[in-house]
Ligand binder design. Structure first.
Ligand SMILES: Cc1cc2nc3c(=O)[nH]c(=O)nc-3n(C[C@H](O)[C@H](O)[C@H](O)COP(=O)(O)OP(=O)(O)OC[C@H]3O[C@@H](n4cnc5c(N)ncnc54)[C@H](O)[C@@H]3O)c2cc1C
Length: 292
């Protein structure tokens, strides 16, 4: 099973997100003999290595790194493979979905969105200006800002390459790095050390306000691991960072399910794992209605 690059191939299920919810969905899909693809930036997500001690997950009582090692061993044993990529759009197209990751595309009959929630770096006005100057994807929207001034809020050094990509279009990038020792070097990037507080404007983004100054900008890019679900899937019913789901984890879009932190609190590994499992079963039931 699996796709050969360049060939048209439709998976039964595409799972987006490498965290515990996505992993459990993939593990369950494998056991259900679904033809699935697991797409994510890193296996098990970035949060686990930061967790000091995990004491509330069955059979685990140790540091996040110990949990990670146990998961890694199981993933290898069960041969659950992650296809490393960052999905930038999910589009419903009849009885299938098209998922894009830069130049790459994947097709699947069902999708589980398990992209987590990132609270770091949220600004007042961010939600209000989504699609009106606020973007989460440098590759998708960078070219729209040719010759303009923009701000980029980076949640980790992993996004410096994307900020430099933005600087290849924009005249000036004000980079707010929410971590220490940024290494951004392009001449038209100004690393701003103060904390961004809010975005202002009328119909579109016009300014970003910090504790010390107000900068005129045409757009603000939030470069972080998890973007709001509606920036990824048009027409998806969500309440801010949370997708609205039914008990079977279905969303308002037929064939699209969501699992983990992205469906709401509590933000816990056990809840994320449980939902990953339920979502995979629900995807299988949906496939049966398609005669698959
Ligand atoms: C420091 C810390 C300590 C914690 N300690 C505990 C604890 O002790 N016990 C507990 O129960 N919970 C704990 N949590 C909460 C726990 O980490 C979360 O509940 C859990 O990680 C949620 O899993 P998830 O799979 O839903 O999302 P995540 O773990 O956030 O995984 C989502 C993944 O999807 C990826 N992704 C996002 N967008 C895309 C995209 N467009 N394309 C591809 N991939 C994408 C992200 O990069 C990420 O890897 C802790 C959290 C933190 C931050």
């Amino acid at each position: 099973m699996g796709k050969t690059e360049g060939m048209e191939y439709i998976f039964d299920l595409a799972i987006v997100g490498g965290g515990i919810a996505g992993y459990t969905a993939a593990l369950t899909a494998k056991n259900l003999l679904l033809d699935y693809v697991w797409l994510g930036q890193t296996a098990f997500g970035e949060k686990l290595s930061a967790a000091e001690k995990v004491t509330n997950f069955p059979a685990i009582s140790g540091s996040g790194r110990e949990f990670l090692a146990a998961l890694e061993a199981q993933k290898n044993r069960e041969e659950v493979l992650l296809t490393p990529c960052r999905i930038d759009g999910v589009y419903a197209a009849g009885e299938k979905f098209l998922l894009t990751a830069g130049e790459r595309t994947f097709e699947a009959r069902t999708v589980i969105l398990a992209t987590g929630v990132e609270t770091k770096g949220q600004l007042k006005g961010e939600k209000d200006f989504l699609g009106r100057g606020v973007s989460y994807c440098a590759v998708c929207d960078g070219a729209l800002y040719k010759g303009k001034k923009i701000a980029a809020v980076l949640s980790s050094p992993a996004f410096e390459e994307e900020a430099e990509y933005l600087a290849s279009f924009a005249d000036m990038v004000y980079a707010f790095c929410l971590y220490e020792h940024p290494k951004l070097q392009k001449e038209n990037i100004r690393v701003c050390t103060d904390i961004p507080l809010k975005i202002e404007g009328d119909k579109r983004v016009e300014r970003i306000v910090t504790g010390k100054e107000t900068l005129s900008v045409d757009g603000v890019f939030f470069l972080k691991n998890s973007a709001p679900p509606r920036s990824l899937v048009g027409g998806l019913e969500a309440d801010g960072a949370h997708v609205i789901v039914s008990r079977d984890l279905s969303t308002n879009i037929a064939g699209l399910f969501a699992a983990g932190d992205i469906t709401g609190r509590p933000y816990q590994y056990a809840k994320a794992a449980g939902e990953g499992c339920v979502a995979a079963h629900s995807a299988r039931s949906y496939l049966a209605t398609l005669g698959k």
